[in-house]
Design a protein around this ligand. Structure first.
Ligand code: PMP
Length: 351
């Protein structure tokens, strides 16, 4: 078929499965095991559905203003999108146009190389050290931009603000994107560096610490200039990316600080308890500061444990990829869910 010659052929991202059976335990896509803030539910139930007749605010003002107030920045420094995937993809398209390779770690969020492919951006990966940490010196080579998650995924390892600053400061001629999808679980945000670096873009999401993966809300914060360029691309693409419920419910979630702190605190406590138990069972892992643990077992192959867990209706994530094929990424669920996982593992590793 001749028309096929002119099709843009892309390699799609493979997301974690989304099964939903009663009784199953889903620890494979780093969602929050707790519900969104109570005010979000209240507002959803009371929402004026007549308002859905009209297009939503194209600047997503309710959400942008709530985020600006929360993070103490100007609304003109905030951009929102349909999950941070949308924000990141838009940022790749907007900022990575030099023709030089964009740099990111070899073990990292596996959407980065997919967006590079989609937007036809050359890239080069920088190997993480043996200890799974980023080696900042790798990011001193000529490049067309930089992106990395902090904490990194799937390792869960956090880089200090000094390391982040070292990378941003030695790359003033390109845009550096710090993907902070998991920062609320124990990291120090690069937002603290914004006043000094107009080439820094900090990306966040409501899918993890704010328990709203289903609404698809992501955001980024940067200098007014960076955000202005992102908005131009967005308005050249789709004026109404953020639907009305997402704008209003997202803003409400940001206002409920107390509930947010409580939920994040519970997940951190469960994570630390789970680390202790997993060590006793012969697992080792980088010291995660995210809502997941990236674990390998001393004697049992990861693929084997993955399959056994699946058969017990416990879903975790496993990649058959270089360097990480002996690891499982396990999302932190409720204490009860983790107890079921740990109970299964205890019987399995001792069998
Ligand atoms: N960045 C990282 C590092 C992630 O792990 C994820 C979750 N898959 C995302 C971004 C995207 O999350 P979302 O689109 O739900 O905001």
């Amino acid at each position: 078929m001749k028309w096929e010659e002119n099709v843009r052929k892309v390699v799609p991202y493979v997301a974690g499965e989304q099964p939903n059976r009663p009784g199953m335990i889903k620890l494979n896509t780093n969602e929050c095991p707790y519900p969104p803030a109570p005010g979000v539910g209240r507002l959803a139930r009371e929402m004026d559905y007549d308002a859905l007749r009209l297009y939503p605010d194209m600047d997503s003002r309710p959400l942008v203003e709530a985020l600006a107030a929360y993070y103490h920045v100007e609304p003109a420094q905030v951009f929102v999108g349909v999950g941070s995937d949308d924000v990141l993809s838009m940022a790749f398209m907007t900022f990575f146009n030099s023709g030089k390779p964009v740099l990111f770690p070899d073990v990292t969020y596996s959407f980065y190389d997919v967006w590079a492919g989609l937007h036809q951006i050359p890239y080069r990966t920088c190997p993480l050290g043996e200890d799974w940490h980023i080696r900042p010196a790798d990011y001193c080579q000529p490049n067309g931009g930089i992106v990395f998650p902090n904490p990194n995924a799937p390792t869960g390892l956090l880089e200090s603000l000094d390391v982040v600053e070292e990378i941003v400061a030695s790359n003033r001629d390109v845009v550096v994107i710090v993907d902070e999808a998991y920062i609320d679980f124990g990291g120090e945000s690069a937002l603290a560096l914004l006043d000094q670096y107009d080439n820094l873009l900090v990306v966040g999401t409501f899918s993890k610490s704010r328990a709203m993966a289903g609404l698809r809300i992501g955001f980024c914060i940067g200098s007014e200039k960076l955000i202005g360029y992102l908005n131009n691309v967005k308005f050249a693409f789709n004026s109404y990316t953020m639907n009305l419920p997402a704008q209003l419910l997202g803003a409400e979630a940001v206002r409920e600080e107390g509930y947010f702190r409580e939920t994040v605190g519970k997940i951190i406590a469960t994570r630390e308890r789970t680390k202790g138990k997993m060590k006793e069972l012969g697992f080792s892992f980088p010291d995660s500061k995210a809502n997941f643990i990236f674990a390998t077992h001393a004697s049992i192959p990861a693929g084997q444990i993955y399959t056994a867990l699946r058969e017990a209706d416990i879903y975790v994530r496993h990649w058959d990829k270089p360097r990480i094929s002996e690891y499982l990424r396990i999302t932190i669920g409720t204490d009860q869910q983790m107890d079921r996982l740990l109970g299964f593992l205890e019987t399995y590793v001792r069998a």
